[in-house]
Design a protein around this ligand. Structure first.
Ligand code: EPZ
Length: 418
């Protein structure tokens, strides 16, 4: 197992070229199953979750070539409709393949994705929508078997604006003979990127980014090429690191419109953030003041994926900040580790109260999930002394070479294999 070693604190200075968003490229790679042709995906990040997805695509019979953040996926040769259990377990979000495989093969078999470090990850909204679209579903012995003769376009209402369920409905209903309308759809920017990708293949989808999405079914789809949108959570991670360490960075190809809830919060706390053309200039020259209450919500509310990384920032601010994690049951695992580094945090259920301390101190800590691990990196970069982070495979799921990226900004951080 590898570890990250950080010697802090160091001010951050320099430029970062943002790579494509993990949560956009995963559903986009599922969409490549639909056209039975060639898909050129640019700005495709080299992440563990992306490489897990390549394995699923190859297992289904696709060919995958990947070099210099360009993935070429040809789905002509698909010869299977099952995702093997070990691949499903490797990455919970493989559920996003279900709609695309059913649409291409008229059947699919996957093992139940099960929970993850964040707590239970139910898929009831996905399966309910699939049944309404005419899919027959059998759940037994931990497997979900689906089959359909003909998709029945419908008006579908989501009782919760689930990102994955919205994306799965779009993937399943793109090839059909009628219009499917989703109300109370998730509005995340990654869903707009998926709509743009599907439309570039010949789909007729409108409304992504709003709560009502229309999918006018088409008969077939063609080859395509697409550049993935920049990763707003990775960008937010660099912003939080600068807020924690002080300094001045430029995020190239960052879209501040995707990060308004975080930028407004951190500007009020004392950072400077200016979008100029395609770049976002961030600077922090003083200790931040606390925010009032941060409640995670569906987009455009404060993103749950930015909760942990922002908590590292307010662990060192002046005053008290209250976090409420509304999206996942178990997304405070990083709190114990931040406390080991000197943070003053009290958790009660979904509420965490953070009293800012002047300095955090380096310590040996343990990553237990993707964004919690990133939070420990941020805390370590701004802490006095040495921080050792273990179980960093969680971090590699969503960050490309995190140590070399932060080293470019002047951080003293390196990876050791144990
Ligand atoms: C996506 O997960 C993201 N993952 C998550 O990012 C992100 O935290 C989440 O959206 C919320 O923004 C990807 O896009 C690959 P949801 P997803 O369905 O689709 C409940 C990261 O760190 N729900 O919007 O699984 C669910 O339990 C990851 O990059 C149901 O009840 O999220 C949760 O409480 C972590 N039934 C809430 O909805 C369902 O059928 C949000 O889930 C589906 C979801």
């Amino acid at each position: 197992m590898s570890k990250l070693i950080i010697n802090g604190p160091k001010k951050l200075e320099g430029e970062i070229d943002l790579y494509g968003a993990k949560n956009a490229v995963l559903p986009i790679m599922a969409a490549t199953v639909l056209n039975g042709g060639k898909n050129v995906i640019k700005n495709c990040p080299s992440l563990a979750d992306v490489h897990s997805t390549f394995k699923i695509l190859e297992d289904l019979g696709c060919t995958v070539d990947y070099k210099n953040r360009i993935a070429i996926i040809d789905s002509y040769g698909i010869n299977d409709f099952c995702i093997k259990e070990n691949l499903m377990r490797e990455m919970r979000s493989s559920i996003i393949f279900l709609g695309a495989i059913i649409a291409r093969c008229r059947k699919a078999v996957i093992s139940y994705p099960g929970g993850c470090e964040l707590g239970p990850r139910p898929i009831d909204l996905h399966l309910k929508a699939f049944k309404q679209l005419g899919v027959e579903i059998e759940e037994s012995h931990g497997y979900i078997s689906c089959k359909v003769d003909k998709i029945k376009p419908q008006n579908l209402h989501l009782f919760f604006p689930s990102v994955g369920a919205t994306e799965n409905i779009m993937l399943l209903s793109t090839i059909s003979d009628g219009e499917t309308i989703i109300t109370n759809a998730a509005k995340e920017p990654e869903i707009v990127d998926l709509q743009n990708y599907l439309n570039s293949m010949g789909a007729k989808i409108t409304g992504a980014g709003s709560e009502i999405i229309s999918i006018k079914g088409v008969k077939e789809l063609h080859d395509t090429e697409h550049s993935v949108m920049p990763d707003r959570i990775v960008a937010s991670t660099y912003i939080c690191a600068t807020a924690c360490c002080g300094g001045e960075i430029v995020l190239k190809n960052a879209n501040s419109l995707h990060m308004q809830s975080i930028l407004v919060l951190l500007r009020e706390a004392g950072i400077n953030a200016e979008q100029s053309g395609k770049n976002l200039n961030i600077s922090c020259k003083k200790r931040l003041t606390s925010a009032s209450a941060i409640k995670t919500m569906p987009y455009p509310g404060f993103p749950t994926d930015a909760q942990a990384i922002t908590m590292s920032v307010f662990s060192k601010s002046i005053g008290t900040t209250v976090f409420v994690e509304n999206m996942f049951e178990n997304r405070f695992k990083h709190v114990e580790e931040l406390i080991r580094m000197g943070a003053d945090i009290t958790v009660d259920g979904r509420v965490a109260v953070i009293k800012g301390v002047k300095n955090q101190l380096g310590a040996s800590v343990n990553a237990s999930d993707l964004r919690g691990g990133a939070a420990l990196v941020i805390a370590g970069l701004g802490a006095l002394g040495i921080t050792e982070i273990s179980n960093i495979h969680h971090i590699d799921r969503g960050y490309e070479n995190i140590e070399s990226e932060f080293s470019k900004l002047g951080a003293d951080i390196y990876r050791i294999s144990e």
